[in-house]
Ligand binder design. Structure first.
Ligand SMILES: *Cc1c(COP(=O)(O)O)cnc(C)c1O
Length: 402
């Protein structure tokens, strides 16, 4: 059979054709009126996409560059900070804060689980300058309750800045950045915004700007104050990834186009899309006899699935690629061989989801020797699709009082 390559990885994700055309056509110099018009438009769109009145800055780096900026700009050597970690990306916060000399306290949740809010509240100390956490821990496909964590900070009277790596959270999770008091929220280009890796973006609150005036850690390329000054003039401090910025503009136009030009509504529909694909995938896989790795707090960004004891998840990854051209992700670190991960963030739809489940039925039967009835996983997914409400996740996020 012919194979079409399809990415189902939680970064990079499939590229939006309209963004690819815009990138190919972006032959412009970055110190011109044309670029300033593009940059100003994209920065304004990003604010709408993030859903905040705070400044939103763009950096030409992968997501980790913005994570580093959120440490180097906000802290001084010796500052006590709290890192909440439940996976590989949480561990990255620990590594970065340590690299910049912070006095790091770490609160762990087991892989595949999220934090207990009362434990976070008890761990907060008045001297903590910042709390670092993921919105969705991509390595385990677990969602953390950012609203609950923000409330815990308030309840503990904490003055700590709340810094959220939402690199796979944006476009898959509803946030109210300003109302909840998220000081820094970080996104990356190769995730829900459907363009290649190479851009990071972040919203920065007034409290975070104020902290930068006294923080003493070294910074140069990622000096956010310098970026803000340039952004006000429609430029970036250094040569930006011009083509990616053009692609990002096209992608944000496309997201707005899904809701008659309203980008805030388009963001809601992008999130609901990921939620729907995720719910379909979970139901389909459970119906096939798989065990979800993060059943209590599953992310919509991706789904992590355990393979039965004694089997290798790498076999599923390999077979999907060789038989069907579909690329999924293995577990990272010690989870390698134990789980596989399927992405839902960005340019995925009902068709993709059903097709992947159909392929997984064959692999579950032929490779893992599970007792599969064809159609079993697909039918469970269709059932979910048929009963899902249009703004279900949005209502679930904002209806609950904490
Ligand atoms: C992809 C990802 C990152 C960023 O990694 P880069 O390789 O630097 O782009 C950070 N955090 C999470 C949760 C991610 O999924």
């Amino acid at each position: 059979m012919f194979r079409k390559t399809r990415l189902f990885t939680p970064g990079p994700t499939p590229l939006l054709p309209a963004a690819q055309f815009a990138m190919a056509a972006a032959d412009l110099h970055h110190r011109t009126a044309e670029f300033r018009a593009l940059y100003t438009k994209v920065l304004a769109q990003l604010k709408e996409f993030v859903g905040t009145r705070n400044d939103v800055l763009l950096l030409s780096s992968s997501g980790t560059g913005a994570m580093e900026a959120a440490v180097s700009n906000l802290t001084s050597p010796g500052d006590p900070v709290l890192v909440l970690t439940a996976g590989k990306f949480g561990e990255r916060w620990t590594a970065i804060t340590k690299a910049f000399g912070c006095n790091v306290e770490v609160l762990n949740a087991p892989y595949g689980e999220t934090f207990d809010l009362a434990t976070i509240k008890a761990a907060l100390k008045p001297e903590h300058k910042a709390v670092y956490v993921q919105a969705t821990e991509t390595s385990t496909a677990t969602r953390h309750d950012i609203r609950g964590i923000a409330e815990a900070l308030k309840a503990a009277n904490s003055q700590a800045l709340l810094v959220v790596d939402a690199i796979t959270g944006l476009g898959t999770t509803h946030f109210d950045v300003d109302a909840w008091g998220i000081d820094v929220l970080i996104g990356g280009s190769q995730k829900a915004v459907m363009i290649p890796p190479g851009l990071a973006y972040l919203s920065v609150s007034d409290r975070a700007w104020a902290a930068m005036e006294t923080s003493k850690n070294p910074r140069y390329y990622f000096d956010l104050r310098k970026e803000r000054k340039s952004a006000k003039l429609g430029e970036s401090a250094y040569t930006p990834s011009v083509s990616l910025i053009a692609g990002l503009g096209a992608a944000l136009d496309y997201i707005a186009g899904q809701a008659n030009g309203d980008l805030a509504e388009g963001r809601i529909s992008l999130i609901e899309n990921a939620e729907t694909c995720a719910a379909m995938t979970r139901a389909g896989l459970v119906a096939l006899g798989f065990t979800l790795f993060a059943p209590t707090a599953p992310a919509a960004a991706a789904t992590a699935v355990s393979v039965p004891e004694g089997l290798d998840s790498g076999a599923v990854v390999k077979e999907l690629k060789s038989r069907f051209g579909a690329v999924i992700a293995n577990g990272q670190g010690e989870m390698k061989g134990k789980i596989f991960r399927i992405a839902h963030l960005g340019f995925f739809d009902y068709m993709d989801t059903i097709a992947l489940l159909g392929a997984l039925e064959l692999i579950a039967r032929d490779t893992l020797k599970l007792p599969v009835q064809f159609g079993q996983g697909v039918a469970a997914a269709q059932q979910v699709f048929a009963t899902r409400k249009p703004k279900q996740a949005y209502e679930e996020t904002f209806a609950v009082t904490v």
